[in-house]
Design a protein around this ligand. Structure first.
Ligand code: GLN
Length: 449
């Protein structure tokens, strides 16, 4: 019996620090679970057993010497494959970056490692984080561990599936428009998108720079708090990282039994047409539970919600078209074998290297930024974005938190939406406003379908 499979990050670190479990043992168990279960799930695109075991042995040596191995001592963690780890393949699940080994490590990953975490591998994702089902991976879709005919969500579907399957207790994802929270919801685990600026994006392959954040996926809120605390903070390598104090995760260590005084906002616009009845029932029951614990719930309005999907898909594609211009067949990754001259080589490398969804985004974004359309699309979207942010700021004058569904539907079947980009984009309706408003968002399970 592999008892380490059930242990969360905090419990694993505690057992290792007490000397009850060795980090090498925890690492080997995780590797065994991945080897046994992942051929079916495909949560990982690569594993790094040698460097993982080496890191684990260092943790054990520290324990033996009586040194503090850090708050995540020996915890096996997985990184979404758009988070750079020096020397390890970082492909973004794209043909374009297949075989790319970055010469540097993302700050969030380096901070995990410095806290004692053991990085075991890189997880599958929608190509360049564009998608909501992990089906846009160039290496094949990840399956939902609860129902293998369904998607794990996306784009951090590999990270969420790896945690849900018990391969690792903790994984990092990235969230530009819901990519941590929606797969966490689909896989029945917890996922947190921090406030914009809380976590350095140095070493995160950029998708939409004004929206991207790195965040943790784990089985409970306590582990999210622990991981967030480790990865947060100012980083001179990311000018957008905030220089704000980082509170100790004390509430996480001792969850409150009583929510007296907590004011919950329930956004009217989120409980409307298109919301699955089963999802609505589960969320309403969770709100009732919070009220039973002493919180007060009241309706709030986020009147610009109906523009969020359109606004996001203009801004995100515009920024993506700019960020992805660097993949020119010269500097990074894939280059066509049919070299024909500068322009042709660039064009052919991009045509062969990017998948259909990435090309769709680049074309949409380039269009939105082009002369004559910039004001009508991109600038307009920025204006609506500030209205969406204002909706939240206004709501937070009267409530402390806003509670809503993460996804309007339960996990859909593999293949069900892949031919219909608009249906896929609509799965993001409840998550993308957070990114546009730069506020934090968390997904906590509240029901099983
Ligand atoms: N599903 C959204 C998209 O396709 C969000 C992706 C993300 O957060 N990286 O853009």
């Amino acid at each position: 019996m592999d008892e380490t499979k059930r242990m969360g990050a905090a419990d694993t670190a505690a057992a290792i620090k007490r000397g009850e479990l060795s980090a090498v043992e925890a690492c080997r168990r995780a590797m065994d679970r991945i080897a046994a279960g992942d051929p079916k799930l495909r949560a990982f695109v690569s594993v790094i057993p040698e460097s993982a075991e080496k890191a684990a042995a260092e943790v054990d040596a520290k324990v033996k010497r009586g040194e503090d191995p850090g708050p995540l001592a020996g915890v096996p963690v997985a990184l979404k494959d758009n988070i750079c780890l020096a020397g390890a393949e970082t492909s973004c699940a794209s043909r374009m970056l297949k075989g790319f080994r970055p010469p540097y490590t993302a700050t969030a990953a380096a901070r995990l490692a410095a806290a004692g975490a053991v990085i075991v591998g890189k997880t599958n994702m929608d190509e360049f984080a564009m998608g909501s089902s992990t089906e846009n991976s160039a290496f094949g879709a990840t399956r939902n561990p609860w129902a293998p005919d369904r998607t794990p969500g996306g784009s951090s579907g590999g990270s969420a599936a790896a945690v849900a399957a018990g391969f690792v207790p903790l994984a990092l994802g990235s969230d530009t428009g819901g990519s941590i929270r929606q797969p966490a919801a689909f896989c029945g685990v917890c996922g947190l998108k921090p406030t914009y600026g809380r976590v350095s994006r140095y070493g995160l392959v950029a998708f939409a720079s004004s929206l991207d954040q790195i965040g943790p996926i784990a089985r409970d809120a306590r582990d999210l708090a622990l991981a967030l605390h480790v990865i947060s903070g100012r980083d001179p390598m990311d000018a957008t990282s905030a220089d704000r104090p980082i509170p100790e995760p004390t509430a996480a260590a001792k969850p409150p039994e009583n929510l007296e005084g907590l004011r919950i906002g329930v956004p009217r616009e989120y409980f409307a047409e298109g919301l699955d009845a089963e999802v609505e029932r589960a969320v309403r029951a969770a709100i009732k539970t919070l009220e039973d614990m002493g919180a007060s719930a009241s309706e709030v309005s986020l009147p610009h919600t109906e523009y969020a999907v359109a606004t996001y898909y203009v801004i995100a594609t515009a920024e993506a078209s700019s960020n992805l211009a660097r993949y020119d067949g010269m500097h990074f990754g894939y280059r066509t074998p049919r070299e024909e001259g500068l322009v042709e080589t660039c064009a052919r490398s991009r045509a062969d290297g990017f998948g259909a969804e990435v090309k769709r985004r680049i074309m949409l974004g380039t269009y939105a930024l082009s002369a004559g359309y910039y004001d009508a699309y991109y600038l307009k979207a920025l204006k609506v974005r500030s209205l969406i942010r204002r909706d939240f700021l206004r709501a937070f004058e009267s409530v402390d938190v806003i509670v809503c569904p993460t996804s309007p539907t339960p996990p859909f079947r593999l293949g069900e939406r892949i031919g219909d980009p608009l249906a896929m984009y609509l799965s993001d309706i409840f998550t993308i406003s957070c990114n546009l408003a730069a506020i934090p968002g968390i997904s906590i399970p509240c029901g099983l379908t």
